[in-house]
Design a binder for this molecule. Structure first.
Ligand SMILES: O=C(O)CCC(=O)C(=O)O
Ligand SMILES: [Fe+2]
Length: 378
């Protein structure tokens, strides 16, 4: 079979990323993202992913969108980030627009969208559930093939030493390693999960803005994380433009320490570092000590005061749990430490919001990588 000759614009780099027809191109990522191209190579139609890209893919948007352009800030009240004393919630105005399903008039807005034919009645039902409960469960949203390919590649990267997991065992019976932040940066086969069209579509629907995938975390086992809202870790201005998606890579056993959540808790007030007495700089100096001593008990009391009852995500493989920026959740105790709980959690901001970490008092920049196209200025 003929090998396509490299175009003059091609420039290979040490990690296999090339410039092809003026675009950043990686054979491995391209094949991971395009199952039909893999099939075409097997069938002898193309000699490689690059061959397909040069002949067809470059005109078909196969590398995703053009490098992300920074979208203009959409908040009602602009701020000068350079003048901020610190990236902490108390330094941002309490200004909107608040996410449409968090507004008091959300039902009118929803009826209007239905009347104008902008939304289907099935999606309207999802929006109502989101406004009321702060979460959605998508049964079987991710097909086995994507999960199996993603996890197998993750395991291969671990075996090859490209990904190093912390030991993080909670006892001699615990066979499972610790979590890994942003596996999609090392394992392109995880990108189709992070950028799953149905997850992105729903984030777009719920936020009424364009999603910006921010971070992924893979784990073989339950986290036993105490109840929290992600908004102290990943904060937006205007507030509320964070969505999380927890994707089950296997059937989840109730004893494995499933995701625990508190339906309706997204309507409780947002709790930030200042409210619980964590000083700016305290996290950088002492890590999670103040968080464990001040924030976690505060949230526990809040849940008790409001009689919030826990629920557990007893997922089947391929199910996805989407949660609101302020839904309180955590990891249930691992009653049987030998049981795995393979999952990847993905966090999405929206384009045009200011994003930061209230707890760490620092700006949050997207962890751009293999499947998150890097802006050319980066
Ligand atoms: O997977 C879990 O147990 C909790 C994960 C979590 O809280 C998060 O990633 O935001
Ligand atoms: Fe969380």
């Amino acid at each position: 079979m003929l090998r396509a000759s490299p175009p003059l614009s091609s420039a290979a780099t040490e990690d296999g990323v090339e410039t092809v027809l003026g675009r950043r191109f990686s054979e491995r990522e391209y094949l991971a993202m395009n199952a039909d191209v893999r099939a075409g190579i097997t069938a002898g139609q193309f000699s490689s992913g690059r061959d397909h890209f040069e002949k067809f893919g470059h005109t078909e948007g196969r590398l995703g969108r053009e490098p992300e352009k920074t979208e203009p800030f959409f908040g009602h009240q602009p701020i000068d980030e350079r003048a901020l004393p610190a990236y902490r919630a108390e330094h941002f105005p309490y200004a909107g627009p608040h996410p449409w399903l968090d507004r008091p008039e959300w039902e009118e807005l929803l009826d209007e969208k239905l009347r104008r034919g902008e939304i289907t009645s099935a999606d309207a039902a999802l929006c109502r559930q989101w406004a009321r409960d702060g979460y959605l469960i998508l049964k079987g949203a991710v097909v086995d093939r994507l999960l199996d390919e993603g996890w197998a590649s993750y395991e291969r990267a671990i075996q090859a030493g490209a990904i190093k997991l912390l030991d993080d065992k909670i006892g001699p019976d615990d066979p499972w390693p610790g979590r890994y932040l942003d596996p999609h940066l090392k394992v392109p086969e995880m990108c189709p999960v992070l950028r799953h069209p149905e997850i992105l579509r729903l984030v777009r629907l719920l936020m009424d803005r364009e999603p910006a995938p921010f971070q992924s975390i893979a784990s073989h086992k339950g986290t036993q994380q105490a109840a929290h809202s992600d908004s102290i870790h990943m904060t937006t201005y205007p507030l509320g433009y964070l969505t999380a998606a927890w994707v089950a890579f296997e059937d989840i056993h109730p004893d494995s320490g499933p995701l625990v959540y508190y339906p309706g808790s997204h309507r409780l007030p947002y709790v930030f570092s200042k409210e619980v007495g964590i000083k700016p700089g305290e996290f950088v100096a002492a890590g999670y000590v103040a968080y464990a001593e001040k924030y976690e008990p505060f949230i526990q009391r809040l849940l008790e005061q409001h009689n919030c009852a826990p629920a557990y995500f007893h997922a089947q493989k391929g199910d996805v749990f989407l949660w609101h920026a302020n839904l309180i959740h955590g990891g249930a105790p691992r009653r049987d430490v030998r049981r795995s709980r393979r999952a990847m959690v993905c966090h999405y901001f929206v384009k045009g919001a200011v994003t930061y970490h209230d707890l760490a008092a620092s700006a949050a920049r997207p962890h751009l990588g293999t499947c998150l196209l890097r802006p050319s200025t980066d």
